[in-house]
Design a protein around this ligand. Structure first.
Ligand code: PLP
Length: 443
């Protein structure tokens, strides 16, 4: 393995490609979270390939990666059992005029993994699944409003959610008015929302847990408030699904949603998402009832065979191998190491890992103890210089002890710089402009 330990430079040809990307693609990338404004200027502008938790940029530099395709590649890049299953279906043809039996096979294995659900429908993007959940809830209840957890970062690329962010450009006020917010770990704020909009809220949507854990009783209170006010509870398991537990955060926290949505890890990076839930509600999208029909998740590419094969293979790996245990074990090893190193540098209150070990993020605070984008940039910059590409500390099944230990060594080195920057000012250590949040009204 040849992970660079000194500063990595970006070649002029990679820089030229980066310029070209901005000429051809708004934002220079098809996903904001991967964009240039999210990374230090020293970051590799492109990743050309990956294997396990290692990736190579277009200049041939190798990195240990965290985050793993926005948390979708939970098993590791090019994971053999998944790639083999996909390759087989590619050779068999990928899209037919009638369904493939893989649709049933994928549904069977999914419903084994997520036993609170009675039916499932697959899609390509998580956003389509959450939007479908909202539509089903509206049809089922005859109500129009959606209550979203306002402290959680993302539910969908669609108007009902983006209209509620700091970047609502292009979304009519009439749509924005249909989304209301409540606060996580604050059941009273949810109850207030219901009282402020009597008989108007169709569903409550939230992630059961993010890097903030639920306080005892909070999720049960959400469940009972939904029942009391006649709304559906939608759990967004896009991140927590197949990571917190094979049955998602709903299993960990023993909460039964009416609908839940999955994506990301379900297909190990292949385009697969799922809407799952109670039969009575899901069947509104079916062809076996006398009620008004709901147009539920029907797209040309929705059931491409190779993505379903990727899902079946990935879910098989989650069932057969100690994936979840490994995510927790490696996260714990990393968290312990980061804690030890930052304490040694005396900066443990400024730079630390937080969240569940299977889904760690890092906090970067400035001298005023507030979250700091310049310090986030500095930390990522110093990690990149040691061959670690880490927008978070989210591990995969492919992260080995050696990868984690190398990462801790890199954190040790970065912590030295971080500590000097806390004392002497961050600007002199930054090799470019700071990163910016995705959701901002202006550039
Ligand atoms: C919690 C959550 N819900 C929904 C989504 C949307 O999923 P997708 O990007 O596949 O549309 C995301 C994506 O980051 C997410 O993190």
């Amino acid at each position: 393995m040849s992970i660079p330990q000194a500063s990595v430079t970006v070649s002029s040809s990679a820089r030229a490609l980066q310029q070209r990307a901005h000429e051809l693609i708004p934002g220079g990338a098809h996903t904001y979270a991967k964009g240039d404004d999210q990374y230090p200027e020293t970051a590799p502008p492109f990743v050309a390939r990956g294997k396990g938790c290692h990736v190579w940029d277009v200049d041939g530099n190798e990195y240990i990666e965290y985050g793993m395709g926005l948390r979708s590649v939970a098993l590791g890049h090019a994971f053999p059992r998944v790639v083999d299953a996909v390759r087989k279906e590619l050779a068999n043809g990928t899209n037919f005029t009638r369904p493939s039996p893989l649709e049933v096979e994928a549904a069977e294995i999914f419903l084994q993994c997520v036993p609170t659900a009675e039916m499932v429908k697959f899609a390509k993007n998580g956003s389509d699944a959450t939007t479908a959940a909202v539509k089903l809830a509206r049809a089922h209840t005859g109500r129009e409003l959606v209550a979203i957890c306002g402290d959680q970062p993302f539910f969908s690329t669609d108007d009902w959610f983006i209209g509620s962010t700091a970047m609502p450009g292009g979304i009519p006020g009439a749509i924005r008015d249909l989304t209301v917010k409540f606060r996580y770990n604050d059941a009273a704020s949810l109850e207030d929302a219901f009282r402020a909009h009597p008989d108007r809220i169709a569903c409550v949507i939230l992630e059961a847990e993010t890097s903030v854990a639920p306080q005892p009783g909070f999720l049960a209170a959400v469940r009972s408030i939904c029942d009391r006010f006649g709304a559906l509870l939608v759990l967004d398991e896009m991140i927590t699904g197949f990571r917190w537990d094979i049955g998602g955060a709903q299993r960990v926290h023993e909460i039964v949603p009416d609908l839940s949505t999955f994506g990301k890890a379900i297909g190990n990076g292949f385009a697969l998402a799922a809407l799952a839930g109670k039969r009575e509600i899901m069947e509104l999208g079916g062809i076996r009832h006398p009620l008004e029909r709901v147009f539920l998740l029907s797209t040309t590419h929705g059931a491409e065979t190779h993505s379903l094969a990727a899902g079946i293979a990935s879910m098989g790996v989650y069932q057969d191998e100690p994936v979840i245990e490994t995510l927790y074990r490696q996260g714990e090893r990393l968290q312990r190491g980061v804690d030890e190193v930052t304490r040694r540098h005396g900066i443990q209150d400024y730079l630390f890992a937080l969240g569940r070990p299977c889904n760690l993020v890092f906090a970067t605070r400035g001298p005023d103890h507030l979250p700091s984008q310049p310090f986030r940039t500095l930390f990522m910059q110093e990690m990149i210089a040691s061959g670690i590409l880490a927008p978070s500390f989210v591990v995969s099944y492919s992260h080995t002890d050696e990868d984690i230990d190398r990462t801790i060594d890199a954190v040790d080195r970065a912590a030295g710089v971080y500590s000097r920057a806390l004392a002497g000012g961050v600007d002199v250590y930054l090799e470019g402009r700071p990163v910016k949040p995705v959701f901002r009204p202006y550039n």
